[in-house]
Design a protein around this ligand. Sequence first.
Ligand code: AMP
Length: 287
Amino acid sequence: MSVPALPIVHSVADLRAAVKAWRQSGERVALTPTMGALHDGHLSLVAQGRAQAERVVATIFVNPTQFGPNEDFDAYPRGLEADAALLAGAGCDLLYAPSVGEMYPPGFATSVRVTGLTEVLCGAARPGHFDGVAQVVTKLLLQAGTDLAIFGEKDWQQLTVIRRLVADLNIDCAILGAPILRESDGLAMSSRNRYLSPAERAAAPALYASLRQAAEEIAARAAIDEVLARAREQILSAGFSSIDYLEARSADHLTLVTELDPATPTRLFAAAHLGRARLIDNISIPR
Ligand code: AMP
């Protein structure tokens, strides 16, 4: 059975009109923001949207303001047609794909900054990244006006930052997290996995394997600093060239955890470079 083509809008006005019509007829609408180059992880957000709402709107926008000057904005994989077909197959109702000019017209001058949460982990490794994320997500949520929006736990820090800004700015949209989808060998699905050569792809699961082992050892009360030092060695000897961070932090406020406290939900967070790709992952420490 062929899947009908997915309606695509490119302007804020068309997006608003569609969402408003659904909401006026009593339908709940979910938003799933992405940068495209879609994989099953993204499609799982759409599936969660379908479970929570009558309508799902996906967005595809490679946001220039969240990339640093030496990062992969130009190289980031793009393919609207293939992405639209995947979204249609996943049961998405509408795709919003604005241009850079629609999002940041001449004279644009407003920034959105979440302090504290953005100063650690990826925020420390990628200065300005979360200012760009906060800016674009604020805009997408206000543009769409949906009942809820779904973000992946793969980007746990991003999800935490978005929850904070939505609460702080009284944005009337429920934020839901979606579990990390992984390849069969454990590698977290990511658009950036496309950058990996076959040899790098074979080495890549070491990141999650090391996190999993470390999480189990820490849960069994091994010293966090010693466990993480061993995990670091494993990741580097698997072929990763450098590690931006490998840390235990509280799940909600991202404060550094040096000793396990059963009352504080804690996760391990890692970012490491493999060939051209910078891979991130995180895992909860069982309690
Ligand atoms: P991106 O296109 O990388 O900006 O991701 C768009 C959304 O998909 C974000 O909310 C991500 O956290 C989420 N996402 C990306 N990869 C995965 C994955 N492997 N599992 C679950 N969600 C994901």
